[in-house]
Structures are given as C-alpha cells and as structure tokens.
Design a protein around this ligand. Sequence first.
Ligand SMILES: NC(=O)c1ccc[n+]([C@@H]2O[C@H](COP(=O)([O-])OP(=O)(O)OC[C@H]3O[C@@H](n4cnc5c(N)ncnc54)[C@H](O)[C@@H]3O)[C@@H](O)[C@H]2O)c1
Length: 323
Amino acid sequence: MEPLQPRVAIVGSGIIGCSWAMVFASGGFQVKLYDIVQEQVTKALEKISKQMKELEKTGMLKGSLKADQQLSLITGCTDLKEAIEGAIHIQECTPEDLELKKKIFGQLDLIVSNDVVLSSSTSCLLPSKLFTGLKHVNQCIVAHPVNPPYYVPLVELVPHPETDPCILEKTYALMKKIGQSPVKLIKEVDGFALNRLQYAVISEAWRLVGEGLISATDLDLVMTDGLGMRYACIGPLETMHLNAEGMLNYCDRYREGMIRVLKSFGPIPDFSGEIEQKINQAMCKETPADPEHLNARRRWRDEYLGRLAKLKKEIKSDGMNHL
Ligand SMILES: NC(=O)c1ccc[n+]([C@@H]2O[C@H](COP(=O)([O-])OP(=O)(O)OC[C@H]3O[C@@H](n4cnc5c(N)ncnc54)[C@H](O)[C@@H]3O)[C@@H](O)[C@H]2O)c1
C-alpha cells in the first residue's frame, strides 16, 4: 500500500485558498479545503478541477503527478475540526479583516495540537496584531504569498516575536518542498518587504504621471520592458554590484546622483482626486474595469506569468553551465 501523504488544511477557499490548495497538491500533499458555506467549497473544487485540467492540457501543470492524481488529493469540508485533523500545517486564507482572522485563530487555538504550524496568508496584518494572546502563539507565523501563488513563487515568512524559531524553519522547508520561494523577515515590519518595495515604486509612478512627466502607459513600460526584465533575473542590490566594478565602486560612482534624485522625490500621494481620475482613464482605455474585461486580462497575465515561471525554472535547472 502507498504511504499516506502528509496533510495540510486550507481555511478559506477564495482566490488565495484555491491557489494554495493547488500548490500543495502539486507537491503531493493531501489538502483539506475548508470554508464556512458548502456552496463556496463546491464552487472552489470545481474551479480547481477546471484549472488543473486546463494547465495539464497546456503543459503548465506543476509537479510530477497528473491532474487527476493531484485532484484526488484535494477534498473540501465545512467542519473546522474535520479540516485540521491530522494536518501538519494550517494555511489561513480568509478575508483581510483583523477581527475575523483573530476570531478564526481563536477557534483554531482551542482545537489544534502542539506541533501543527498555524500560518496566515495576510497581506498586511502584523503577526503581533493577529496572534498575541493565543495559547499556541509559538506555533504561529505569517506566510504571505504573492498573487497568484501558483505562478509567482515568493512567500514572505514573518514570525511573531514569540514564534518558536523551529516553526520558521519548518515552514521555510515546507515552502521549498512545494516549489515556492520563501524569504525570512527577521522581525515584523508594516508592509513586510514586498509591499514596502511595491509602494515605493507605486508612489513614484503616481508622482511622475501626476506631474505630467510621462504617460501612464509609458510608465508601465518602464517597468515591464525595463526594470522588470532585469528584476526577474537579479534584484536591486545585485544590480548595483554588477552595474559597476562591484558594490563599493557603484556607491563611489553613483552615491551622489542617487541622493540628489532621491531628494527630489515629492510627498506621499493621496491616491485620489484628479490624478486618480487621470490614471483610471488611462487604465480603462486598455482594460475597462468590468468583470469581463478584468478577468480576461487576468487570464492573460496568469498565462504570461506561468510561461515566465517555466522559463525561469528551465534556466535554473540548465544552470547556464556553458558560462
Ligand atoms: N488576493 C490577493 O491578491 C492576495 C495576495 C496575497 C495575500 N492575500 C491574502 O489572502 C487572504 C485571502 O484573500 P483572498 O483574495 O483569497 O480573499 P477571498 O475573498 O477571495 O476569499 C476569502 C474566503 O474566505 C472565506 N471565509 C469567510 N469567512 C470565513 C470563515 N470564518 N472561515 C473560513 N472561511 C471564511 C470566504 O467564503 C472566501 O471563500 C487575505 O488575508 C489576503 O490579504 C491576498
């Protein structure tokens, strides 16, 4: 008889919950997908099944198992106790609402064992707000994915000050095992790392377009055909290192210029009013903000990201050994 695969529980079967379920199943894990309403669970399972079959057809399915084998690993339920039974890891994916999440972690706190990992997908709620006061606080961690986690592998791991270091290591190893790319934050900070970087970029993009210095579509091109190409391969710090004769030489050469430009940055935008209208108009010209157009463009983005992820994987495994 085949040995039973380890089990994980996903709490909340929306966008992120479904994506996590697919990622865990691709790694061969048994997945219990929990939600409060049966109808939501049924819809989520149907959506996952459709997506996995399409991914298989286009050669984009993750993992070594076939779609049917992966699908047989995922089951749904509406009973929290049943959902977490035998799970080594619980990934919470409920709406971004502090009180709701605290309530759910409070319920889990009463029924979990002393060795399961309690992990939240929250985008911006700090572990100290989410987990303080729980009996099992030492088992809690934030594992923040990037949407869509099936194609973008980064996961930010953010511990609570009382999180047991071995929970961080366990979660790190688990993420690696399912093909994600975990990073560790040593201490919690508002916005974690990804959103702090993202908001810095959004802010300057907003100011440049707002001041009429560049069009909204050209601004996006600066990223997709410029910085983004580079950043899919090396990060901003390594860029500095390679764009001169090493980091120290880069700072020598560009320190003054960087500081001068940074000093010219304007105040934090309020993301409203005339500039908001102007940028909205530019965005809607390409993709009107109705569900049909937005979903079509999201499907295009996901396929693009899927192909990019595949290419990155191929390059990594090839190792570019000829160099
Ligand atoms: N969507 C993103 O881009 C993104 C990216 C990274 C992280 N996140 C985070 O992931 C989490 C989930 O986001 P989402 O976009 O999947 O939301 P969503 O609204 O698509 O899904 C939330 C799900 O939670 C369920 N739910 C509500 N109350 C519940 C309860 N008491 N118990 C169990 N399930 C319950 C809902 O029925 C729904 O299926 C949020 O914390 C969000 O910040 C989202």
